[in-house]
Design a protein around this ligand. Structure first.
Ligand code: NTF
Length: 871
């Protein structure tokens, strides 16, 4: 690799080569030097926050050494590179994960070693823990100082985070590109039962995990006009876009360490800065203040993450974010490609770009613009390169989530891009016309431009399909659905080979080893894998099957679950002002029933809380008819229903569902008659670090979306990987989870996706009323049982079912839901052994859902990329 350092100087560089710390002693030395030099603190004023900072800096030092080597290796070998473009990376905390993934140079040591070197599973965690103890700190407290990097809304952003972990672990030369929002997803407070959003200023203290590359500044233009020149050339010719507003994109890099490899990849997040160019016209007019203000506006582009999940809020600033990020990333990618001095036609052999949903679709247009306008390639030659480079993942079929941008807005913000979009569409429609002559209906259905009554709009999903060589869904059912519904016409046009499936997955490093150290330890002991190799080859978990009915093993398995339930109970107590929700003694025989995910009508938290109300009312009836507590417990064993999740700030119905959950909790938890038999709790501010405590603690988790609406779901995989059973609908990845773990080990219920249209149609035209069980619940709500001050508070939830067509089919699935819950009760309380067997078999067969498998599938079938292994 090239360098400007003269040959004779290199000896000195090599003599002073930086070294990783490898032992506890070396770590402590590094730690103290960071306390003193980086933080300018000392033994006399090092608190937990400073200790977190110094630990992270030290660990980062090690990662940076491997990061540099990884980049050098990749430059030298020049493999095909992969770029994963995602507007969201829901990373959570970095330190604990780095301690698990990081490799030191002395991994191998004798059993029985003391705390001087690594002790367990080849991770650095134990070593650092002991080293911290000696320094006077508790690792757990230090880890708790780290704010979550919450740069995402939900599943889509967390998927991207799992993918970068797996890409590094698989040694793929792959970078993530995203935005460095100063405010991540809002922090949720619950005040009087209502969600209140407060800003998440996560960069309050310096972020030790980011490396600012201030020397790289990519100018990004907006607005302005296209200069067509004197003799009005064609839009297909190289054109001049004269931008009207300019900002700079500055990258911040986050090292992404692979597990059991020295590969450390890069996550590059862009931040917007004002240019140093100055508007002298304004200045000379005496308008100094305004010209400064205009510049300050630049920073607003990357100020805040849009807090919507599965919903499009078509704001100009959001479109600006998208272009800013696509343009900066492509500039970077193209610059790196050009260093290799290869022909443009080889671009798709050198680079694969995966776009995470339609948010990065402008990158397709931007590459075409770069090739035609700046690099002067022929339009068609350029388009061939573009379409061979990009691939597109769709994550939803929900109409309200599909991105469409008004022509007027797009044309004003990006005038040249709109021309290019028109031309892309023009050639595409010509091809369609050739294949299906005179089908005007088809042409208007598939046109990138939607000619709706009010405003013409650009359909980003169609543009993404046309500009990509592969389109994938995220679970089998979902990938089938997109082919038969929203993208049906495109299957007809392109054939079905363009459409494929890559079922989602999760990283077992964070979601098993890190979140559930006790279970990880039991597994590694049981399958005799002290080095945790099963975390790289999850098929090894099948060895657990033979212990599924082994009583001794079942007891150990159960003890781990009890530990994790206690850990969650402790967290809840802390969040609940020190008040226990479940008495300690009862935790063991209380079923933990958990639903944590974004609050959305399609995910049907309302059905869950209706089920809770139903249970409560029925228990009350039993007690009032003279049944004893013991008799009630037989039918309705102890249970705590735990909820968590954020609503989009503007989503009225979702916010009302949160309020209902909290109101029901108020009534049920304070009902003396009910005692400890039923409890309800809403965990405020659900996020990744809380999920790491919550997920291992479930006996049962709920994945009960209306069939056909949840593209995949990924928390379903996390819960099963942690030994929880699932109650779920036949939707998303639940289908494949069932296939893998066996239908005896999952509680499925409800109508199938293929019947949804018909059921909805029925609701529209013949109102058949709701089943008696649901009527009982809705009546109680309407009578103010949970809103004594305001009986109509929850009417909108009742009306949506009774009067507005019950779009999410709660009334159709409710009875099956209740009876399946009763089945759950029976198995859990009458046949604990059977329950444990199901739990063990589930974990044994969940290996398919490792995100390592996803990345391999993407690499083999979409990217055509190979790993670059360290020597
Ligand atoms: C989400 N989609 C889906 O709703 C989830 O089912 C899926 O697990 C994740 O993507 C990850 O694939 C979105 O967030 C979006 F943006 F597409 F609506």
């Amino acid at each position: 690799i090239e360098t400007t350092i003269p040959a004779q100087s290199r000896e000195i560089w090599n003599k002073h080569k930086v070294q990783k710390f490898n032992t506890a002693d070396e770590f402590q030395e590094r730690f103290i030097s960071h306390v003193e030099w980086t933080l300018a603190r000392s033994l006399y004023n090092c608190d937990d926050l400073a200790a977190y900072q110094a630990t992270s800096q030290s660990v980062r030092d090690n990662l940076v050494i491997d990061w540099n080597k990884t980049q050098q290796r990749q430059t030298a070998r020049d493999p095909k590179r992969v770029y994963y473009l995602s507007l969201e990376f829901l990373m959570g905390r970095a330190l604990d994960n780095a301690l698990i993934n990081m490799r030191t140079d002395t991994d191998v040591r004798d059993v029985g070693d003391t705390d001087e070197t690594l002790t367990k599973g080849n991770t650095s965690r134990e070593m650092i823990k002991n080293a911290m103890n000696e320094l006077g700190f508790k690792l757990e407290d230090i880890l708790d100082e780290e704010p979550d990097a919450a740069l995402g809304n939900g599943g889509l952003g967390r998927l991207a985070a799992c993918f970068v972990d797996s890409m590094a672990t698989g040694n793929y030369p792959a970078w993530g590109y995203g935005l460095r929002y100063q405010y991540g997803i809002f922090a949720q407070k619950i005040i009087n039962g209502y969600q209140v959003e407060t800003p998440d200023y996560w960069l309050n203290f310096t972020n030790p995990w980011e490396i600012e590359r201030a020397e790289i500044q990519v100018p990004i233009n907006f607005y302005g006009y296209v200069d067509r020149g004197q003799n009005e050339k064609s839009t297909l010719e190289p054109s001049d876009w004269i931008g009207g507003e300019r900002v700079l994109a500055v990258p911040y890099d986050m090292p992404i360490p692979g597990f059991k490899t020295s590969t450390v990849n890069n996550l590059r997040l862009w931040s917007a800065k004002p240019t140093t160019e100055f508007d002298f016209k304004k200045f000379n007019n005496g308008d100094y203040k305004n010209s400064v203000e205009e510049q300050q506006r630049a920073e607003s582009i990357t100020a805040v993450l849009y807090p919507n999940d599965n919903f499009l809020q078509g704001k100009e600033l959001r479109l600006k974010q998208q272009y800013f990020w696509c343009a900066a990333s492509l500039h970077d990618i193209v610059r790196r490609f050009k260093k290799g001095k290869r022909a443009w036609s080889e671009f798709p052999d050198a680079i694969a770009i995966q776009i995470n949903d339609t948010h990065p679709t402008l990158a397709i247009v931007e590459l075409q613009r770069i090739l035609v306008d700046l690099e002067k390639l022929d339009w068609h030659e350029a388009w061939k390169i573009v379409t061979s480079t990009f691939a597109f993942t769709n994550h939803t079929v929900m109409q309200e989530a599909l991105e469409k941008w008004p022509i007027s807005l797009l044309g004003r913000l990006l005038p040249r891009h709109l021309e290019i979009i028109y031309d892309i569409n023009w050639f595409f429609l010509q091809d369609v016309e050739k294949k299906f002559p005179h089908d005007m209906d088809l042409l208007s259905r598939v046109s990138v431009i939607e000619e709706s009554s009010q405003e013409r709009q650009v359909r980003m999903a169609y543009l993404a399909i046309i500009g990509s060589h592969k389109v994938n869904g995220v679970a089998e059912l979902h990938s089938d659905l997109i082919k038969t519904t929203i993208f049906k016409d495109f299957v007809k046009i392109y054939g079905s080979n363009k459409f494929t499936n890559v079922t989602n997955g999760i990283t077992p490093r964070r979601w098993l080893k890190q979140a559930n150290p006790k279970l990880a330890q039991l597994i590694s002991e049981t399958i005799n894998d002290p080095e945790d190799n099963y975390l790289l080859d999850m098929s090894k978990l099948t060895q657990l099957s033979k212990y599924a009915e082994d009583e001794k093993f079942q007891k150990k398995w159960n003890d781990v679950k009890q530990f994790n339930k206690q850990r969650l109970a402790d967290l809840i107590k802390k969040l609940n002002n020190g008040v226990d929700i479940i008495e300690r003694d009862h935790i063991r025989n209380t079923l933990f029933d958990i639903q944590v995910k974004r609050i959305h009508e399609y995910k049907r938290q309302q059905m869950n809380i209706f089920g809770v109300i139903h249970r409560y009312l029925t228990m009350k009836e039993l007690l009032q008819s003279g049944a004893s507590i013991e008799e009630v417990v037989k039918k309705y064993p102890r249970k705590v229903s735990i909820f968590g999740g954020k609503s989009a700030p503007g989503y009225y119905m979702a916010k009302l569902i949160i309020k209902l959950i909290n109101s029901v909790a108020d009534v049920v938890n304070n009902d003396k008659e009910i005692q400890d038999l039923l409890k309800v709790y809403f965990i405020p501010d659900y996020n990744v670090s809380k999920a790491e405590i919550i997920t291992p603690a479930s006996d049962l988790s709920e994945h009960i979306s209306t069939a056909g609406t949840e593209a995949s779901g990924t928390s379903n995989m996390k819960f099963v990987m942690n030994g929880g059973l699932i109650i779920g609908t036949v939707d998303g990845a639940n289908v494949e989870i069932t296939r893998e773990i066996g239908e005896d080990n999952i509680f499925l219920f409800g109508n199938l996706a293929e019947n949804v249209d018909e059921l909805r149609y029925k609701h529209q035209f013949h109102n058949e009323g709701v089943p008696a069980s649901l009527a009982k619940v809705l009546d109680a709500m309407q009578n103010g049982a949970f809103s004594p001050q305001n009986h109509s508070e929850f009417m909108p939830l009742i009306d949506s079912i009774k009067s507005h067509g019950d779009y999410y089919l709660v009334s159709d699935d409710f009875e099956a839901y209740i009876s399946t819950q009763e089945l759950v009760d029976q198995v859990y309380h009458k046949d604990k052994k059977e329950w444990l067997k199901k739990s063990i078999l589930s974990v044994a067969n969940i290996g398919f859902f490792s995100s390592d498998r996803c990345i391999e599938e993407y690499a083999d079938t979409i990217w055509n990329a190979e790993p670059v292994k360290p020597e």
